[in-house]
Ligand binder design. Sequence first.
Ligand SMILES: NC(=O)C1=CN([C@@H]2O[C@H](COP(=O)(O)OP(=O)(O)OC[C@H]3O[C@@H](n4cnc5c(N)ncnc54)[C@H](OP(=O)(O)O)[C@@H]3O)[C@@H](O)[C@H]2O)[C@@H](O)CC1
Ligand SMILES: [K+]
Length: 507
Amino acid sequence: MSASIRRLTPLHAPEAAVGVQAIRALESQRLGAERGASPSPLMERAGWDAARLLRALNPAREPVHILCGPGNNGGDGLVCARHLRQMGDDISVYLPESVSRTADQAAALAAAIQAGVTVFTNPSPPKTTRWLVDALLGIGAQGPVHGALAETLHLWAQHPARRLALDLPSGLDADSGADGGALRCDHTLTFLRSKPGLWTGAGRGVCGEIWLSTLGEGLISDDAPLAPIQLGGHHLITDWLQWSPRSRQPHTSHKGRQGDVFVAGGELLGAGLLAAQAALWSGAGRVRLASAQNSLVLPHSPELILDALDGLDRHPNQTVVVGCGWGNQSSQPLEHLIERAARLVLDADGLNAVAHNPNLAQTLRSRSPLARASILTPHPLEAARLLGCDVSTVQRDRLAAAQAIAEQFRCTVVLKGSGSVIAHPNRQPWINTTGHNALATAGTGDVLAGWLGGLWAQSPTGDPQHLAAIGVAWHGAAADAVPTGSAPLTATELIKAMYALHPHSMI
Ligand SMILES: NC(=O)C1=CN([C@@H]2O[C@H](COP(=O)(O)OP(=O)(O)OC[C@H]3O[C@@H](n4cnc5c(N)ncnc54)[C@H](OP(=O)(O)O)[C@@H]3O)[C@@H](O)[C@H]2O)[C@@H](O)CC1
Ligand SMILES: [K+]
């Protein structure tokens, strides 16, 4: 591939993603003096890069069918068709009848027909097609796909052809990752910049391999004015080296200098135990586990210090992890912990309790003015409870949901799920790009909460959003070490896999 087309891998994710508004601004800036040519030089470049990528993906030059929509995304498809036709490939195009076209699209259509491209208005799949290019809708898609385009996607849903989406799978919302009926593609070639919707919500499930064409721009210049959303891959783990007290500690260091974690266990002993073990393996010097069933813990983890729920009062400067397996225990000790924790990681039932109890919610909110930072780690259902909405509302716009919780409670928020979002009040969110569904097993959330507590205890003055992004990337990177579709990763195995990624064990 040329320098202007790059594969974006989850582990070594791209710099950042920007939303549709910023892409539009960038487009006008790039067009600048060249405005007026039709098809635009950017569309020409998009179609050319699409043709070259398809040539690389389809070396046997099997028949290609290109679904073109009424806007400029369809224009990209038509330019791609023209180039492939001129290279002698077996190309056909579908274009819905009697739609109003953009000027660029109309020009691209005229040029494609002149080059000998066959254009069908019947959406039925040709039998011989081996590759399908989805150029129906791009960043102009508004809501779920409807009308003739929806019927076309439906007709193709069962077709075995391999699929390449241009800019993004049609119907995927570029800003939020909401699924508006997109086909699951094998590859997506996105233009100018990566978009947040490719990486969260339905994005990862429908995009396949993600490629970026900067449309001829060499090095990406400073995107700061575009308010980019950071994408957090594997590099975050090595960022940890800059912070990790362990890598900087003198030879004479001792456990008291490596950070103390207090895990308040609940009715489900295993959850607290997993969180405590994760905190320990993350590198924390001492981990206390307070549990009603302490006698059962010892044979499993003699390294843990067993304590009572009021143990925080004796050693107040600990990072508290609470909520994992909390169950329906009384809210009184929970309120005390939320109020007193120097640093708080609140998970699972702790979040449910906050959602249902206004006093707890108020206690949580009042931490921020006292300069006591908190990290909340809801999954989508817990997030919905915190926001008083349903899960589908959260999943339709995960970035907005995470940000709303962060603003409401003045906390850092990790909204878990495909493309975890790490939000913080008044800042742009991060989207995590590591991990896959091997993490969908019981206890992996407890491991994340404990690991975050462990990292935070080691770097108590660290920025909680950056630290949470590191922990989440680390958690996902451990899963990425296991091939997709292989056996699930149990929570205990996950802790070991995360330990294996410690920067000091990678050196
Ligand atoms: N930005 C750049 O730098 C570059 C951008 N380029 C390309 O342009 C693309 C953006 O093009 P775009 O703005 O014309 O929008 P696009 O996605 O083709 O869709 C608009 C059409 O879809 C329709 N429609 C909307 N929603 C619908 C729905 N739910 N269901 C059904 N129909 C729906 C809508 O209908 P309307 O709402 O107007 O009635 C309108 O007809 C971008 O993704 C990239 O590929 C490259 O060429 C070069 C560089
Ligand atoms: K598309």
